[in-house]
Design a protein around this ligand. Structure first.
Ligand SMILES: C[S@@+](CC[C@H](N)C(=O)[O-])C[C@H]1O[C@@H](n2cnc3c(N)ncnc32)[C@H](O)[C@@H]1O
Length: 361
């Protein structure tokens, strides 16, 4: 099958993980729930066995560490022999940084349990790990990604700007199918009695989503900046329309519907819980202390440049590298100006649905 997400890549060399202050906070805020699920709902390990933990869509691995530590503490307490840490992302991810951050020897010393670090490069819509190898699976801010561009061109850079029509329909269909594939694949990888905790970027009941919870919308600022570049410079119509973030911010209803559907097919996953969690933007909070508008705008844009740039670079792929870089520099400079002009309105709050699933024994 031809995949069209082969341009999706976070910034390399650990820059994504270092700047992802909001996503890091979201992971840290879920650690108590992770520990509670491990302690009270995990019924998959044999004494002296190997504990398997997986992180799906792990990027450079920097944000996985606290979850790996929690899983290691649990596995050590249950007298497991080893822990196998499986890290999954697309083949376009920075696996070199991943292995330097998550070095097995260091991890064994730090966590006090023999650790193997293994990577699976492939789409999590497929099975990426051996059957019945995972006791605990985690994923944060990753499973909203889609695999294919909609067949029709659009001026909108994100599905949040589309109310209906063929493109929205395609996005919803893809997201629905991807969620079913994710659930079926994870169930095969889980050991009976194992659990999954997913932080899915989504849309809450009030229609709030990433970067659009109150005040101005982050994606609207990107749309404005991209529209302005199109109007003012030599970007072609084709390039203009090639920017479309491969995302769907699912509702809790879409998530529940998928779980019910796979359960009807005999997939042994039980939904233990689904709750919507908003993580307040730490960069906006810092601005309210330092009051430096320029610094805020730069830090704010830098924090998402790391995961937005690939979408714009992809649109400029037929250009010489220097020319494309010039356009990207102009785009991000404009973004800083847009944000600096109205700094109190912007905040990248994260809206996650925290989904907990258990595989019945
Ligand atoms: C925004 S990053 C999240 C990284 C990290 N988990 C966090 O908490 O911030 C999204 C990651 O999902 C990965 N991703 C997107 N689609 C994927 C797919 N179909 N299969 C595996 N990884 C995918 C991207 O490559 C990227 O590294």
């Amino acid at each position: 099958m031809e995949h069209s997400n082969n341009h999706v890549s976070m910034a390399w060399n650990g820059i994504y993980g270092q700047r992802a202050v909001g996503p890091r906070l979201a992971v840290l805020n879920s650690l108590d729930r992770v520990r509670e699920i491990l302690d009270n709902h995990t019924d998959s390990i044999e004494p002296g066995g190997v504990f398997g933990m997986a992180d799906y869509g792990c990027a450079d691995g920097l944000l996985s560490l606290p979850v790996i530590t929690a899983a290691s503490e649990y596995a050590r307490g249950r007298e497991c022999r080893d822990i196998s840490v499986y890290l999954n992302d697309l083949p376009t991810a920075d696996f070199n940084t991943l292995f330097s951050v998550l070095n097995a020897d260091q991890l064994s010393r730090d966590t006090g349990i023999a650790s193997c670090v293994l990577a699976a490069g492939g789409s999590f819509t497929n099975r990426v790990l051996p059957r019945a190898s995972v006791d605990f699976g985690f994923s944060a801010s990753s499973m909203h990604y889609l695999e294919h561009f909609p067949p029709d061109a659009t001026d909108a850079i994100h599905e949040v700007f589309l109310d209906d029509g063929a493109i929205k329909e395609n996005v919803l269909k893809q997201a629905g199918q991807a969620w079913l594939d994710i659930l079926r694949s994870r169930e095969q990888e889980l050991k009976p009695g194992g659990n999954l905790v997913f932080l899915l970027l989504g849309r809450d009941e009030q229609g709030r989503y990433l970067g659009s919870t109150q005040g101005a919308s982050m994606f609207q600022a990107y749309q404005e900046a991209w529209d302005r570049l199109f109007a003012a410079s030599g970007i072609t119509q084709d390039e203009y329309q090639q920017v479309f973030f491969l995302h769907r911010f699912r509702t809790t209803e879409e998530i529940q519907r998928g779980v019910e559907q796979v359960r009807r097919e005999g997939v042994a996953l039980q939904l233990l819980g689904i709750e919507t969690v908003i993580t307040s933007c730490p960069i906006a909070a810092a601005f309210r202390r330092h009051h430096d508008e320029r610094r805020f705008a730069q830090e704010f844009v830098d924090s998402h440049w790391t995961w937005t740039e690939h979408a714009f670079r992809h649109a400029l792929q037929s250009r010489a590298a220097e020319e494309a870089q010039q356009i990207l520099d102009d785009l991000y400079r404009d973004m800083v100006q847009i944000v600096a002009a109205d700094p109190l309105s912007y905040r990248m709050d994260l809206v996650h649905h925290r989904v907990v699933l258990h595989k019945n024994r």
